[in-house]
Structures are given as structure tokens and as C-alpha cells.
Ligand binder design. Sequence first.
Ligand code: SAM
Length: 308
Amino acid sequence: MCYCRTRAELDAYLVASPIRKRAIQRITDVIGTYNDLRDRIFSRHPDLFPEEVYNIETFLWSFGILFSRLVRLPSMDGRVALVPWADMLNHSPEVETFLDFDKSSRGIVFTTDRSYQPGEQVFISYGKKSSGELLLSYGFVPKEGTNPNDSVELLVSLDKSDNCYKEKLQALKRNGLSESESFPLRVTGWPVELMAYAFLVVSPPDMSQCFEEMAAAASNKTSSKPGLNYPDLEEQALQFILDCCESNIEKYTKYLEGGAGSPEVPMNAKQANRTLLLKQLARDLCISERRILYRTQYKIEGHERRRT
Ligand SMILES: C[S@@+](CC[C@H](N)C(=O)[O-])C[C@H]1O[C@@H](n2cnc3c(N)ncnc32)[C@H](O)[C@@H]1O
């Protein structure tokens, strides 16, 4: 199942989470595809595509099913397929299993990483996905602290009142970045690219010769290179990350303590149940994401304590 089907639902439930932006993009894409098909095909052939079946509601539902059930087949250049028996498998981040097209038997083969007893549930991994990604595509959130691939995006921005705002922005742009960027935080730490971005944000004018190097290091989002090291700026850079974490924690806390909102629509029993489920999932996600922010906060404060 896909998590939310309307913008109003996303605004009501995912307001505190950065995953909301991705969800909006996804819904916008699906609605765009539907509108395009409606204008070019459905409306021209109403006998073949009756409105009571080919409407936006069923289209969104179908995409939800598709997103939660399609599998990528590595030996077929990552082509996607619906595999009826394989879509009964639930996700576990702890297994390493493979589902692929086997050329010799011309079928889809499922290979497990260990043997199973009769009656034991067999899991598959849907990929190294954060809890937010699992919620968006599959409509569930793993129990807090059980997803080793969990992460939360931290949005950081240049300060417009910075005397070097223009030079810093130019350096970022030359490296394919903009004045606001998101970096994934995990319970295990933060990426060196975030630290490089933070160095750039807090750099004084007399370090302008380093802006390019910092922006380049911030842009290398997938590299595992060792990070930059500016001992004199480290405290300020960490403080900058800490401030961003704290303002995000506040957003989550406000949302969680205020009680998740609901779109203002009259409801029947089925809708009320759905609302309850969406609220609970949003709460679970927010608690998981806030936990990563708390962990980051704790680590940075620990770092600062060791310095003093
Ligand atoms: C490919 S189907 C798996 C089979 C599904 N359980 C069924 O009965 O049809 C994907 C859906 O299963 C559910 N699911 C898979 N793994 C889960 C898990 N670890 N916890 C909770 N729900 C899960 C989610 O609803 C997801 O959208």
C-alpha cells in the first residue's frame, strides 16, 4: 500500500518529516501521468476506459500497489516486473536474499542466505531503505530502533546575511549545489559532505581561498573519502549542525505533542479507520526520525564536552 493519496493528507500527517517533499513529488508525478493519459487516451475512448474504473482514485491505488510490489531484476538490466508469488514476501533488513531472472530455467528464482524450517516465515530485503522510504512505498514503519538503514534528511542553508554569501553560493553552484541542501543523518553519524558544507557556512572571509575546496567536498555525496579538516572551525561547524538538529527536533516535538492533524473532511467509519492508521504511522515515523536527531545531538554535545 502507498502511504498517502492526497496533498491534504500529506500536509496533515507528514508536516514534520522531510519525507513529505518526496511524497508530494511522487503524488504530483502520478497525477501528471494520469492527466496525460486521460487527455490523450481515456477521454477519447470512454467505451474502453470508463470513468468509473479509470479515475484518479483507482489510478493512485494502482500505483500504490505497483510501488509496493514491483521487483527489479539485476540480470535484466534492472528492469522491473510484477512477480505474483514473490510479492507475498515481507521485508526484513536483516536478510540478504536475491530475486532474479534465471536464464537457464527462464523463471524468477529466489535465493535465500540461509535454510529455513517448514512453516518459518521467509523474508526478503526491499533494499537499504530508511523508515520514511519504507513508509512512502510500502505503507509501514519498522519498530523504532530496528531499522539499521534508517536515516533522516537534515536541511542546511547558507546564511543570507553572511558577508561572503555571494562567494560561497558561487562556489556551491560551481560544484552543482545550491544555498540549501539536505544530507542524511544516521544513528551511526553524519556524512563528511555535511561537515564540509558546515565548514563552508561558518568560514570567515579570510578563508575565502578554501571555499572552493569546501564546496567540492560537500558535493561529493557518495564518496567515502576522508573529510576535510579545519581544526579552528570544527567547533563552530559542529555547533551549526547542532543548531539545525535542534530546530528540527523542535518541529517533531511540536507535531508529536500537538497531536497529529487530520484533513478537515466528513468521515465514514472506513475513512476514520484509515485516518487512525495514517496518524499512527506518521507518529511512528516521527519518533524514529527524531531519535536519529537526538542521537546526533548527543554525539555533537559529547564531542564538545571532550574538547573542554
Ligand atoms: C510485496 S507485499 C508483501 C506481502 C504482503 N504482506 C501481503 O500480504 O500481500 C508488500 C506489503 O507488505 C507489507 N509489509 C512487508 N514487510 C513488512 C514488514 N516488515 N512490516 C509490516 N508490513 C510489511 C506492507 O504492507 C507492504 O506494502
